[in-house]
Design a protein around this ligand. Structure first.
Ligand SMILES: Cc1ncc(COP(=O)(O)O)c(C=O)c1O
Length: 375
């Protein structure tokens, strides 16, 4: 057999949230809810469904490889030029393209401990190094990250708000980071991953678009997978300096986004009220979930996203126990957070089912712990 590249020999695949159909099959369950992948639990906007239907009969043709109309529409929405837009098969693909285009084995990236794992994977794939900086109260320590930047660092990833911790970096913290990096003539390119930006409602949260428009050479990642309810369409985009877009274009696979996802995304951008309505519903539900968890004496990290990182003592054990009852969440051991599970805010009935199952497990755990020793 031929051998894979050295970098790939030791590569572990991304652990995706388990699909509902698989868990139904595995545990012979009729009811399974998925609160594992931070998806929007609601259907996409009606306009998106109509656009997908309308374009379905034309899938005999390849899509517009350059996604001309979509790029222009995104650019208008973000207040930048179409030449500043990269579209990808999810923001995920763009992260990987950044790695492929810019990382040599001698290069390094800077991430937070417990950061979204795809940044490290992009570096690993290219045999580049990842410098990990400890978080402060489960949030990025932007000062330490900026101070860690050296000559070899090509990218510094700021997930804002952060997955899987749900925390955010404030304007003040971002300004401090820029001030430190200003003194560094080899400063890395900052990538702000704003997959969850629409959920953030903290007063001092700012999107990095503001900095881009003010002339900062930065990259901002966004996705249609969360607030637009289009995770299954696989569409993400980046706002980036023209020189970066031009380099990514050189290696981007042709036709990397489908005609249906392009049509859907174009329609989605016309429906601002969907985003605000959906965010409101999800954030209200998050409050209810928090109340339920607090009543169960469970601690969670304050979240600016559509998910909660909950301390359950033994994350993997609770993850497996929930799975058997028909609730898919995520264990966090791979993120070096073994005591936690991450649960996505679902529809009210889904969240109720999660709480009911968690209570059942907790009761069993308490009973076992409190049980008298055998004779
Ligand atoms: C922080 C972060 N960035 C990027 C992505 C990838 O998004 P997409 O579905 O567009 O690939 C995710 C997905 O969960 C995410 O959590």
């Amino acid at each position: 057999m031929i051998k894979p590249r050295k970098a790939v020999s030791s590569f572990s695949p991304y652990i995706a949230g388990r699909p509902i159909s698989e868990i139904k099959r595995l545990y012979k369950l009729k009811k399974v809810v998925k609160l594992a992948s931070n998806e929007n639990p609601y259907e996409p906007p009606k306009k998106v469904l109509a656009a997908i239907r309308q374009n379905a009969a034309a899938v005999n043709r390849y899509p517009d490889s350059n996604a001309y109309e979509l790029k222009h529409k995104i650019a208008k929405k973000m207040g930048v030029k179409a030449e500043n837009i990269i579209v990808g098969n999810g923001a995920d693909e763009i992260i990987e393209l950044l790695g492929k285009a810019f990382l040599d084995p001698c290069d390094r990236i800077i991430v937070s401990r417990h950061a979204f794992i795809r940044y490290r994977m992009a570096a690993d794939l290219m045999s580049a190094e990842t410098k990990t900086v400890d978080m402060k109260n489960y949030a990025h320590d932007l000062v330490k990250m900026a101070e860690a930047a050296g000559k070899r660092d090509k990218f510094l990833f700021v997930t804002n708000p952060s997955n899987p911790t749900g925390t955010y970096s404030s304007k003040k913290e971002i300004d401090k980071m820029f001030a430190i990096l200003k003194k560094n003539k080899n400063a890395p390119m900052i990538v702000f991953d704003e997959a969850y930006a629409d959920f953030a409602d903290a007063k001092d949260y700012v999107t990095a678009i503001k900095y881009f428009k003010a002339g900062k050479k930065i990259i901002i990642l966004r996705t249609f997978s969360k607030t637009y309810g289009m995770a299954g369409m696989r569409l993400g985009f980046a706002v980036a300096p023209e020189e970066i877009c031009e380099i990514i274009e050189r290696i981007r696979p042709p036709f990397n986004t489908t005609s249906l996802s392009q049509a859907g995304a174009i329609a989605a951008l016309d429906d601002d009220s969907y985003v605000s309505r959906t965010c409101r519903k999800i954030l209200d539900e998050k409050k209810r979930l928090e109340k339920n968890l607090t009543e169960m004496n469970l601690k969670f990290v304050p979240s600016q996203t559509n998910f909660l990182l909950v301390n359950v003592g033994d994350g993997n054990k609770i993850f497996t126990a929930l799975l058997k009852l028909g609730v898919i969440v995520r264990g966090m051991a791979e993120y070096e957070l073994p005591e936690f599970i991450r649960v996505t805010v679902g529809k009210p009935a889904e969240n109720d089912f999660f709480i009911k199952c968690l209570k059942k497990i907790k009761k069993v755990a308490v009973r076992l712990r409190g049980a008298p020793k055998g004779k």
